[in-house]
Design a protein around this ligand. Structure first.
Ligand code: DX5
Ligand code: ZN
Length: 220
């Protein structure tokens, strides 16, 4: 069944610890951490120091999404900070293969992400080596945007390739996942769905998660 990965991008940054505990208390497994450098995307969020500090008191799976240019210069500190999965963008460097190799060599999982204008064909050469493919269903940089429906075709395509080639990656969808779109995401075949604003802007997060899970289960 598709799992939810709340993104702390939409939490109140004056109380990140509370946001993380809310995710843990709901029994969720994943925490999505959106790192923005102000270059690859316009905004700046946080760096490895925050990831390391959250890691001290938290056992969630850290799904670190690097929206940064030249990830080769930055991955070491995120590896050291205790990330479980580091996802880099296909569009962020020409040395994708080498950066993925370095993440794997550090003993952690590696992911590749594609923005809405990047086709799956561009990542075919590295699909055999990744643990996760993050399909952006909005243009990265901001929470609270509307899901671009046509991007879900890439999820279907990735599911077909995975089955045909017997690859191991998880498919994650990021951007605009909420109560209205979650069934389309699950039906397309995603394993994980990032949820930022829909989760953190819900007054009753337990109710939100239970409604989302009910909708996901109906898709099976
Ligand atoms: C956007 C980020 C997302 C963001 C999703 O660039 O990568 O992870 O938190 O937020 P929502 O769920 O609000 O679209
Ligand atoms: Zn993200």
């Amino acid at each position: 069944m598709m799992k939810l990965a709340p993104s702390i991008l939409s939490c109140n940054f004056s109380n990140v610890a509370k946001a993380v505990s809310q995710v843990e208390e709901l029994g969720l497994e994943y925490l999505h951490l959106d790192v923005m450098d102000g270059l690859f995307v316009p905004e700046i969020t946080f760096g490895a120091k925050l990831v390391k500090d959250i890691r001290r008191n938290c056992n969630l799976i850290f799904d670190v999404h690097l929206m940064v240019e030249r990830p080769e210069d930055k991955i070491d500190s995120f590896i050291e900070a205790g990330s479980d999965i580091i996802t880099i963008h296909q569009e962020s460097t020409v040395h994708i293969h080498r950066v993925l190799q370095r993440i794997k060599a550090a003993g952690i999982k590696c992911g590749i992400s594609i923005v809405p204008s990047t086709p799956v064909s561009q990542i075919l050469p590295i699909l055999d080596m990744v643990d996760l493919v993050l399909v952006m269903t909005v243009n990265p940089g901001y929470g609270g945007q509307k899901l671009i429906q046509s991007c879900l075709d890439k999820v279907v395509e990735l599911r077909d390739i995975k089955e045909k080639e017997d690859f191991n990656y998880l498919i994650s969808v990021d951007g605009g996942v909420n109560l209205s779109t979650v069934q389309d995401v699950a039906t397309a075949g995603a394993d994980l769905a990032v949820t930022g604003s829909a989760f953190f802007l819900s007054d009753d997060k337990a109710e939100f998660v239970s409604k989302m899970n009910k909708l996901i289960m109906e898709c099976k």
